[in-house]
Design a protein around this ligand. Structure first.
Ligand code: SAH
Length: 230
């Protein structure tokens, strides 16, 4: 069943021209597959169909960009698997209409771009200087303007713009950082992987007026959240 009514922002108008037809067809095949695997929110599928993932990886890997796999992006990091990006985005939007979202771990900026299609204001933090700079340039080039970038340590969150309606992390700490809980608005939601790589779980935490409610979603495999910057 297709659900979700929030209209996607008109990214296609904002993405610069020159995205070939081959990528349009292969991207549609990937999106069809995600739909059969449990991604039911229409606007998430639409966003995945709009953002050209091949522009986020090295040219040598571009032909593999629409396979449902993680790929290397340098500096020992990976672009997340499309299914996982879709799953996290869906978990973020389920019964919530967040206007301001903080993302921890920009990486190549693919998840950031998906969020920016769906959410008014996106804040994103990356600890590796080169990835921060590359993503900032890349997302500017494809025409996304509703994102604020920071080179910094995601363990500290981004106090200046807190509280956030939602926070999403693409790298796993061993324990849930208290700072991120503090920067969540009441009624807001934190989605993050937690634990060692062999036994990680995707966790959803909701902040209520009384405190925090925690739910376990799926077993996942993310790179670790590392303290400090480089
Ligand atoms: N969604 C991204 C995922 C990249 S992998 C993508 O698809 O490209 C996770 C990213 O988190 C890496 O770029 C890594 O450098 C970053 N990261 C790890 N620890 C961090 C921290 N403490 N603060 C900010 N970013 C961090």
């Amino acid at each position: 069943m297709v659900t979700g009514t929030k209209p996607i922002r008109a990214l296609s108008r904002r993405i610069s021209k020159g995205v070939g037809m081959t990528s349009v067809r292969t991207r549609q095949r990937l999106v069809d597959r995600l739909a059969t695997e449990g991604i039911h929110r229409h606007e998430v599928l639409q966003a995945m169909n709009t953002v050209p993932r091949h522009l986020f990886v090295d040219e040598a890997l571009a032909s593999r960009a629409y396979e449902d796999i993680a790929l290397p992006i340098g500096y020992g990091q990976t672009i997340s698997q499309p299914f996982v990006v879709a799953l996290m985005t869906q978990a973020l939007l389920d019964d919530l209409d967040p206007a301001r979202v903080l993302e921890i771990g920009t990486g190549c900026g693919y998840q950031t771009a998906i969020l920016a299609c769906l959410i008014d204001e996106v804040f994103t933090i990356e600890r590796i200087q080169e990835l921060y700079q590359q993503s900032r340039n890349r997302l500017f080039d494809i025409g996304l303007r509703n994102i604020k970038f920071r080179h910094g340590d995601g363990f500290l969150g981004w106090d200046e713009y807190a509280p956030y309606d939602a926070i999403l992390a693409a790298a796993a700490p061993n324990q849930i950082p208290q700072t991120l809980l503090d920067q969540l608005a009441v009624g807001g939601r934190l989605i993050l992987p937690v634990g060692e790589r062999s036994q990680q779980k995707l966790i959803k935490i909701e902040r209520t007026a009384e405190g925090y409610e925690q739910h376990e979603l799926e077993s996942v495999r993310f790179v670790p959240l590392i303290e400090g910057t480089s």
